[in-house]
Design a protein around this ligand. Sequence first.
Ligand code: UDX
Length: 446
Amino acid sequence: MNIAVIGTGYVGLVSGICYAELGNSVVCVDKDPFKLATLQSGGIPIYEPGLQELSTKNVAAGRLSYTGDLRAAVHGADLVIIAVGTPPLPSGEADLRYIEAAAAEIADALRGYTIVAVKSTVPVGTNERVRDLIRSRTDEPFDSVSLPEFLREGSAIRDTLEPDRVVIGAESREAANKVAELHKPLTDRIMITDLRSAELLKYASNAFLATKISLINEIANICEKVGADVTQVAEGMGYDKRIGPAFLQAGIGYGGSCFPKDTRALIQIAGHVEYDFKLLRSVVEVNREQRFNVVRKLEMIFGGELRGKTIAVWGLSFKPNTDDVRESPALEIMRHLTDVGAKVRAYDPIATPNFRSLFGDRGVAWCEGALEAATGADALCLLTEWEEFAKADLPELQGVMGRPILIDGRNVFREEDVAGTDFVYYSIGRPSLNQGVREKVPLLQY
Ligand code: UDX
């Protein structure tokens, strides 16, 4: 199939490269001259393990190219995929400006029957809006398809090539079947729905996963008060097939480009039809508060006074194996720490440049290595579960720190790692692992 992908953000780029890997002829289009120059010179503007190699391989095979010329790309395509950004407006709603601009340009470039699919996450009704917009500008034949994307950063290639399911929302059965054919090599689980169900299904999936995370984080907070261990609670819950073990990892909450944006957008979508999505509003609120679990622990340890304390931070990206810092819990935690006058020393294996451009400098010492960040610190907060941190030698770490205080916001360390060290250790929802100032933990007494 000849495919044009409009927008080389995470979704567009990964999908385009993977469609080429399947043997299709793919042109990825972007307006951003910097991104385009990077792609055309063999680079990749995002960090995603394996993507660079896969792009190089498919460009060399003549199946993949990058261009700024949308018109030419659309002319030659059987399928045009819109994968431009839908950033949140201040209200939480998705901003559809880029979708509409792309749809208008595609309409003006259409030549002969083409399927126009939207892969960006868009509010219910957007595909119909795109369809009407295109129809108002051209007499060329086309069909609209909703093709929601479920890939995760850091494992985007595997998620795309081995999806749990492919969802195709369409009005035309023939168009749906053609798009289904394209995805057959990936999975047998291809579901064809109407346009609106496909659009809502994507939001509903993310809302459910976000709910799981907020639920386990609240259970973790209760564990801390009643003396239970959230990892054991989650494991036991996960064995129930109706619940499943995924997304029950307690920590400092979800971040990233999808969950925060999509949960807020779904609350807005519901609001527009006069439905108050109470459950999801709570999920968002719990997530916001959970970030401060780490700060509350620091305050408890230092008697409420963080001014002048040197706090090391390990991990700035919203999760490991990505340099994406959008909505990363580290942003708010570090903002709070610098606001109250703590001296912050931060390290991330790859996300520091992105973090600095969002966060500013705010007097933070940006370090080149994990031990360098911890050197002389009064406490260390682990905020992202990079493998490098899990492998840290705790006795060595203890040796470089001013005071051996470790707040593990992602439950990376095990009991045997901290036992035998002098660390004052706190994690999330595992009070039995607390070390050092155990007597200060207010456990519920029966
Ligand atoms: C998510 C969805 O998983 C994906 O299907 C969708 O297409 C885009 O949004 P992504 O944002 O890349 O993907 O990351 P994901 O691995 O889902 O993690 C999101 C956040 O949740 C991270 O901040 C992660 O740390 C957090 N998380 C995840 C938890 O706190 N606990 C968990 O058990 C799982």
